[in-house]
Design a binder for this molecule. Structure first.
Ligand code: ATP
Length: 141
């Protein structure tokens, strides 16, 4: 069976950690960031690491992004770049697109333009930790 291929766009703390875990699990990962320093950090972790601006359709086409099984867009702060990147990925027909949302408005737009999965890492982790604190307290007292 062919190995599933992933691409992670944006190698901040969130994207970097996804890239690291997928690679550790033996997955094929293409790591993309427009920041050369970030890309250098992942050169020996991901299968391939490239400096690229993901809002540029031609660049994404040249990288063969449409043949990647699952693309994770982990650009948080730059909402415009995140939206534009997602639009390009949807238009190119990428099979599975997961995008990190910065807030509820961002998430709504991402759903509307065709992202398959929208994640809110900070919010979700906050909720998970709150629940774990509550259940630990129930056990403690
Ligand atoms: P995190 O909270 O995950 O640490 P961050 O705050 O470090 O994220 P963000 O602005 O959310 O940084 O962006 C994450 C990464 O995405 C950065 O490394 C940034 O260089 C990269 N990035 C931003 N815009 C683009 C783009 N158009 N093309 C490629 N990479 C981009």
């Amino acid at each position: 069976m062919r190995k599933k291929e992933f691409a992670v766009i944006g190698l901040g703390r969130f994207g970097g950690s996804i890239c690291q875990e997928l690679s550790r699990e033996g997955m094929e990962v293409l790591a993309i960031d427009r920041d050369e320093e970030k890309v250098n950090q992942f050169k020996h972790i991901a299968s391939h690491a490239v400096i690229a601006d993901s809002t540029d359709e031609t660049t994404l086409k040249e990288l063969g992004i449409k043949n990647i099984d699952h693309v994770i867009v982990a650009i948080g702060d730059n909402i415009q770049a995140s939206i534009l990147t997602t639009v390009v990925l949807v238009e190119l027909g990428v099979q599975r697109i997961t995008v990190k949302a910065q807030n509820d408005y961002h998430a709504k737009i991402l759903h509307k333009i065709g992202a398959h999965q929208v994640v809110h890492p900070e919010r979700d982790m906050g909720r998970r930790i709150a629940h774990s604190i509550i259940s630990n307290n129930i056990v403690d007292y």
